[in-house]
Design a protein around this ligand. Structure first.
Ligand code: PAF
Length: 291
């Protein structure tokens, strides 16, 4: 696996692969790679002939009091794991490459509405940062297919919207969340959990499963008031376990707007603070027709 820092070297390698009639797959990451990221690379290998992985800890998607400075970084181990999986090229851009000039004078890419809800309410600058850096990376790598984890459900929905609106000729592929045996979604931020919190953390996914059971048993619960009281009761039980829930919401898969009566393709999205870790998770639910 080759490693490059400059866009010119990245482009030369991608062009050489294209000359050999290879399709280009791309997995953007911020490093601190875990099994969830490695699964994205495996999927990229199946979907494309030449796989580029980027590691860039993007400052613009972190708020002022967030964990940019403490974000896990395991570059050497990451490179070893990527090489073992057969990634072809590791792109490690420096800040000057991604953002030449002052950060506050940069062009930003902003996807309204879908980027303003849920995590966008709690972390107002977050999705600007994500869409801005992903659009730059897309322009640098120019992949045919880009792979993202479905754990960041809202992120991938926003990126799909950006790709559609800005007419990127890129297929966006979502990969199922990788979980530990107890159901906890793998995340770089799980590194902030203490032993006791680790034991409690899987109850976030369990709460979503309980909620899904209620929705499946009683699809009539999909009305504004009934959903609100279901969401509130899940928040209360999470609080008792030590979480500080930020949102738990049942929405439509198509546009992430709050679910309405008759909607069948749903997803429950959740974010909750547990100790020093902000955990997010989701669960898709499909309801039968309400008669
Ligand atoms: O999901 C992530 O790790 C990041 O948001 C991404 C897509 C690499 C952009 O920095």
């Amino acid at each position: 696996m080759n490693k490059v820092q400059r866009v010119s070297s990245l482009r030369a390698a991608v062009q050489a692969a294209r000359k050999d009639k290879k399709t280009i797959g791309f997995v953007p990451t911020m490093g601190g790679l875990h099994e969830g990221h490695l699964e994205l690379v495996r999927v990229a290998k199946r979907r494309a002939d030449f796989v580029v992985v980027s590691i860039y800890l993007n400052p613009t998607q972190f708020g002022k009091n967030e964990d940019l400075d403490n974000y896990p970084s395991t570059d050497e181990e990451d490179a070893r794991n990527l090489a073992e999986l057969g990634a072809d090229l590791l792109f490690l851009p420096e800040q000057q490459t991604m953002y030449p000039g002052d950060l506050d004078e940069q062009t930003v890419v902003y996807v309204p509405k879908i980027g303003d809800m849920y995590c966008g309410t709690d972390r107002p600058e977050h999705f600007y940062g994500v869409t801005t850096v992903v659009s730059r990376l897309f322009n640098m790598v120019q992949p045919d297919v880009a792979i993202f984890g479905n754990k960041d459900y809202q992120q991938i929905a926003i990126i799909r919207r950006m790709v559609e609106d800005l007419a990127y000729p890129i297929q966006v592929v979502g990969v199922d969340t990788v979980r530990s045996e107890d159901g906890l979604a793998l995340s770089s931020r799980n590194a902030y959990l203490g032993m006791k919190e680790m034991a409690v953390a899987p109850s976030l996914q369990q709460s979503l499963r309980d909620m899904a059971d209620v929705l499946r048993e009683k699809a009539s619960v999909v009305s504004k008031n009934a959903l609100k009281s279901l969401e509130d009761s899940i928040k209360t039980s999470l609080k008792k376990k030590g979480f500080k829930p930020q949102y738990i919401t049942v929405c439509r898969r198509s546009d992430l707007k709050p679910a309405k009566k008759g909607d069948q393709e749903l997803v429950i999205l959740a974010a909750a603070q547990l100790g020093k870790a902000r955990l997010i998770d989701n669960l898709e639910v499909t309801l039968g027709e309400v008669k």
